[in-house]
Design a protein around this ligand. Structure first.
Ligand SMILES: C[S@@+](CC[C@H](N)C(=O)[O-])C[C@H]1O[C@@H](n2cnc3c(N)ncnc32)[C@H](O)[C@@H]1O
Length: 361
């Protein structure tokens, strides 16, 4: 599977689309918001550009694409007002893989511009928004072009499924799982970490060329407390696929050979890779947790349905390639019952790593 050619969130605005099912990601970005605000303010205070170039990398096709950007514009507006300085112009670059549903994203721009315009009639003409379809694992922008990069819920997605997930005879090593799980042998962790290290280092190196000195970057990454046993929602999803195999609805061989291009690092792994790459000063490195169901005041049925819909909007396109479209409804229904059982048993949370960086001289 050529991940960078086929990976995308569920397109459109239908009931299973990413645009309609990204409230989890909205909650995560909102929780990381104070760090995004602080970093934006710092960049503006240090550089005071007349035209601030910012990128949302891995923006996808939902309302979250413009969430951080709107926040950053608000922060800069406050900052410029507080020092009696003219409000800058903005170049906003929305980047994602070429398979992303940029049409749906662009159709949301008028309402974003309308909201941005409120209270400041000049804003609309001061903000120019473009889409940039290219993998962020590699160069996307010219040298010293950007002042700020935001990238949430993305860099745990790898550029490819790691090699090394089969033995010398070509037999699958991660049978019955779709990512690092409790029953995965040690080779699986080694292969996944090696791929993450390569990809994340390339991401940092590419951005380090594109961001001006003193420019900032905030990343929010799906992380884990123990990356050998990340205890992800995807592990539970893998065991649901295994149940489908036992029921004869999915071929065992297909599951054995399917692995997600996903690695959830620990805080220490992220710190070490940032330090070794060396281009960025580390301002903040924190974890935030969000419950799988986000709104825990809802009953377990509602929360489990929410978890299943959230995950479906993210991974259904990849799953359809591997297992076909016909099993999707049954698969996600079964997953919903498994989520409910798990949530009844113990509290289940996403661990998210928030990293705030400044490009060094
Ligand atoms: C879960 S979505 C997050 C979208 C948005 N940032 C948010 O927080 O709601 C992950 C996004 O990362 C994008 N992505 C994954 N790998 C990428 C790559 N190598 N280059 C650019 N975008 C990538 C996916 O296409 C997808 O739109």
């Amino acid at each position: 599977m050529e991940v960078e050619k086929v990976f995308h969130m569920k397109k459109g605005v239908g009931h299973t689309s990413y645009a309609r099912n990204s409230l989890l990601q909205r909650a995560i970005i909102t929780q990381a918001g104070p760090i995004i605000d602080e970093s934006t303010r710092q960049v503006y205070d240090t550089l005071r550009p007349e035209c601030l170039m910012m990128a949302d990398m891995g923006c996808s096709s939902g309302p979250t694409a413009l969430l951080a950007v709107s926040r950053m514009i608000d922060v800069i507006e406050d900052a410029s007002r507080s020092i009696n300085r003219q409000f800058p112009q903005f170049g906003v670059f929305l980047n994602d893989l070429p398979g992303n549903d940029f049409n749906t994203l662009f159709s949301m721009l008028p309402s974003f511009e309308q909201a941005a315009e409120e209270g400041n009639e000049n804003r609309l003409r001061l903000c120019s928004v473009s889409g940039i379809p290219k993998s962020f694992y590699g160069r996307v922008f010219p040298d010293k072009f950007l002042h700020f990069v935001h990238c949430s819920n993305c860099v745990h997605w790898l550029s490819q499924v790691p090699s090394g997930l089969v033995n010398k005879n070509g037999e699958a090593l991660n049978k019955g799982n779709i990512c690092i799980a409790k029953t995965s042998p040690p080779e699986i962790y080694i292969a996944y970490y090696a791929q993450f290290k390569r990809d994340f280092t390339l991401f940092l190196r590419s951005r380090s060329r594109e961001i001006v000195f003193g420019g900032g970057m905030v990343l929010v990454i799906l992380g884990s407390i123990d990356s050998h046993d990340p205890d992800l929602v995807y592990e539970l999803f893998g065991s649901t696929l295994h149940d489908m195999v036992l029921e004869g609805l999915i071929e065992e061989e297909k599951l054995d050979n399917f692995n997600l291009p996903l690695y959830s690092p620990t805080v220490d792994e992220v710190r070490k890779l940032v330090e070794v790459e060396g281009s960025f000063a580390l301002n903040k490195l924190e974890t935030i947790t969000v419950d799988w169901g986000v709104d825990t005041s809802q009953n377990l049925d509602t929360q489990a349905e929410f978890v299943a819909k959230t995950l479906r909007a993210v991974i259904e396109p990849l799953l359809t390639i591997a297992f076909g479209h016909a099993v999707m409804d049954d698969l996600f229904l079964l997953f919903e019952t498994r989520v409910k059982a798990r949530m009844a048993e113990k509290r289940s949370e996403y661990v998210n790593i928030v990293v705030s960086l400044t490009k060094k001289e």
